[in-house]
Design a protein around this ligand. Structure first.
Ligand SMILES: NC(=O)c1ccc[n+]([C@@H]2O[C@H](COP(=O)([O-])OP(=O)(O)OC[C@H]3O[C@@H](n4cnc5c(N)ncnc54)[C@H](OP(=O)(O)O)[C@@H]3O)[C@@H](O)[C@H]2O)c1
Length: 250
């Protein structure tokens, strides 16, 4: 029997990369998946088609810019409307780019804070009544650089540090019905958004200071998210580093 059969899970930013791997892993264990996207609608739809080919009527797509806070309750309603329930929320969507202090703008701060901190809070609040009813779970994707900052990324690091704090605060506020945990990736997949790239020499330096000496791959994150939702019934308020040991060195 699949652990997640009959359950419905919303994964934000799930059209590609880590979010898509999380959606595939949870779906493989029986969950119905609501794939959220913003710009990558074609990739989100093709992922839904693939999941539906495996199990008819098991995946749907919702599209929303998470910076529009007023629209977030509607996004949760749409997710619930697809399968008649919501058992877990995975706050994966994130913007990521450098913000050197001297050139940092308020617009950049708003962008980074919106996806990495504010939307997870307001999505969680909107989902809370349904998640309480279902004894559900929330998993927030944070970053090892929430604890030990990445140079020239103050706004992103502060937003992720806020998300770590939010994870612990919501674990308290939503207990005992809803468990809230975080996953902190290290080097998993090099960023590919315009302006967010990491130079090859820097990639080599990062891997040289990672005890397991390689990129983890999106599946390593997906496996941990699956564990936190499907198995970790006595775990809440925790952050799991999935980083090949890199946080030991930082
Ligand atoms: N990859 C890594 O090695 C790594 C390392 C540390 C932490 N993480 C964390 O792990 C998670 C997944 O990483 P990733 O590299 O797969 O992420 P990503 O590809 O950089 O971003 C995931 C998705 O977030 C969505 N997004 C960004 N801003 C949004 C907004 N305002 N509204 C709605 N959607 C928005 C985008 O959706 P659209 O494409 O549809 O616009 C994007 O595809 C993130 O939270 C990230 O911070 C990853």
């Amino acid at each position: 029997m699949s652990a997640l059969a009959g359950k419905c899970i919303l994964v934000t930013g799930a059209a590609r990369r880590v979010g898509a791997a999380i959606a595939r892993r949870l779906h493989a264990d029986g969950a119905d998946i609501v794939i959220h996207c913003r710009t990558n609608l074609a990739e989100a739809r093709s992922l839904a088609t693939m999941l539906n080919a495996g199990r008819d009527g098991s995946a749907a797509v919702v599209r929303q810019d998470l910076a529009d806070t007023a629209a977030l309750p509607g996004l949760i309603d749409a997710a619930i409307g697809n399968f008649g329930r919501l058992d877990a929320l995975v706050n994966n969507a994130s913007s990521f780019f450098p913000t050197p202090l001297q050139t940092l703008t308020e617009e950049q701060w708003d962008d980074l804070a919106a996806s990495n901190l504010k939307a997870p809070l307001f999505l969680s609040r909107a989902a809370a009544p349904e998640l309480r009813r279902r004894s559900g779970a929330i998993v927030n994707l944070v970053d090892i650089h929430a604890e030990r900052p990445l140079r020239d990324h103050a706004a992103y690091c502060a937003a992720k540090a806020g998300l770590v704090g939010l994870t612990r605060a919501l674990a308290l506020d939503l207990a005992p019905e809803v468990r809230v945990n975080g996953v902190a990736p290290g080097p998993i997949e090099w960023p590919d958004a315009p302006g967010s790239g990491i130079a090859p020499q820097e990639q080599a330096r990062i891997l040289a200071t990672t005890p397991l000496a390689r990129e983890g791959g999106a599946e390593a994150i997906a496996e941990t998210v699956h564990f936190l939702i499907a198995s970790a019934s006595f775990v809440t308020g925790q952050i799991v580093n999935v980083d090949g040991g890199r946080s030991v060195h930082l």
